[in-house]
Design a protein around this ligand. Structure first.
Ligand SMILES: NC(=O)c1ccc[n+]([C@@H]2O[C@H](COP(=O)([O-])OP(=O)(O)OC[C@H]3O[C@@H](n4cnc5c(N)ncnc54)[C@H](OP(=O)(O)O)[C@@H]3O)[C@@H](O)[C@H]2O)c1
Length: 322
């Protein structure tokens, strides 16, 4: 099966790691990216074609989809901003994608949702992700004979080189001498290693058996930790001496209401709302896709963060192309 794979959101954190793995299995990959600067780092990959444009542009999507067997949708945001809201990106895009996939000859659609999504979830992020999942379900219910295979993937928080969470925590620790006040310290998380996640995704993508219909997969790490445990482990292994002090919820919401207005939005009130429910899996489906022993959080930190603060961007891609 040598048809191209279209990866939307391929220039993001998970996308870059996924492209690096797909490259090792010699697949032709297409990426749609809004910005040449974002996509430039991907051009080291020899089998990659970049379509410059927005995923909201149907003509670009049609061109990028032509002849593709598989589409992976990694487009997502943690904060609403002037360039897009949760509804456009997490709901409108899935609706369009599934329709266009049915019109074209695409056979497999993989959508990255998130652990904890539900229509009554405490955050707008998780509720919009649930509505995105519903868009695929509704499309398949209305077109039961379309032959499309849809995978809805729900990862917990994803950690690894160039991730968002660890980088932010290290930045916050450096800005906070002696004491690091931590919002949502008791939040429960089962962090999954990005390499394990993209290994499972690659197996779904390259599976030679076709199973029309909808499947859901929950992917998480092997341990449930509190946010405070994670931060304490990260700082200890990176030899950053800070006292990690839980922040009272009211103060955390006040801090978030300021931070969400600043460029880069380090933290929002909606993020805090997401953290009020555990980001864990009831059943971890990683082993179903060949990841028998997912890496524990402490091992991820030792491998990628301890002793090398200042991670090199695109390091994963470079090692593949070398
Ligand atoms: N990272 C995690 O811990 C985690 C956990 C659970 C679920 N997820 C989900 O996994 C997916 C990927 O996450 P990630 O961490 O890799 O995210 P990321 O690094 O922020 O990358 C997101 C990608 O989405 C694209 N994008 C964002 N807004 C867009 C817009 N308005 N129009 C077009 N493209 C847009 C960006 O592409 P360009 O800027 O190149 O156009 C970027 O490549 C997301 O759906 C996220 O919700 C992530």
């Amino acid at each position: 099966m040598d048809k191209p794979i279209l990866v939307l959101g391929g220039s993001g954190f998970i996308g870059r790691h996924l492209l690096a793995q797909l490259e090792t299995v010699g697949r032709h990959i297409r990426v749609v990216s809004r910005s040449y600067d974002q996509a430039r780092g991907l051009l080291v990959l020899p089998h990659l074609q970049v379509f410059l444009g927005s995923v909201h542009d149907q003509d670009i999507l049609r061109q990028a989809m032509a002849g593709a067997y598989t589409i992976v949708n990694l487009v997502g945001i943690l904060h609403e901003n002037r360039r897009g809201g949760f509804d456009d990106i997490h709901v409108g895009l899935p609706r369009r994608l599934v329709r266009l996939a049915m019109e074209s000859n695409c056979r497999r659609l993989i959508h990255i949702s998130a652990a904890g999504v539900a229509q009554d979830a405490p955050s707008a992020y998780l509720r919009s992700k649930a509505s995105g999942e519903r868009a695929y379900e509704a499309a398949l219910e209305q077109n039961p004979d379309c032959g499309l295979e849809v995978h809805l993937v729900r990862p917990t928080v994803v950690v690894g080189p160039d991730d968002h969470l660890m980088q932010r925590l290290l930045t916050m620790a450096r800005l906070s001498p002696l004491v690091l006040p931590l919002p949502s310290a008791k939040a429960q998380l089962a962090p999954v290693y990005v390499h394990d996640l993209v290994t499972a995704l690659t197996r779904i993508i390259t599976n030679t058996h076709h199973h029309p219909g909808l499947s859901r997969w929950c992917f998480c790490g092997p341990q449930v930790l509190t946010f405070q445990d994670m931060v304490t482990t990260l700082l200890r292994l990176c030899a950053i001496r800070r006292l990690v002090v839980p922040m009272p919820d009211g103060l955390a919401r006040l801090a978030a209401s300021i931070l969400e207005r600043l460029p880069g939005a380090l933290l929002s009130r909606d993020n805090l709302a997401s953290l009020t429910i555990p980001s864990v899996c009831d059943n971890n489906d990683l082993s179903r896709w060949g990841v028998a022993e997912p890496l524990a959080f402490e091992a991820v930190v030792r491998r990628h963060f301890a002793g090398h603060h200042g991670q090199r961007r695109y390091a994963g891609l470079r090692s593949v192309s070398d």
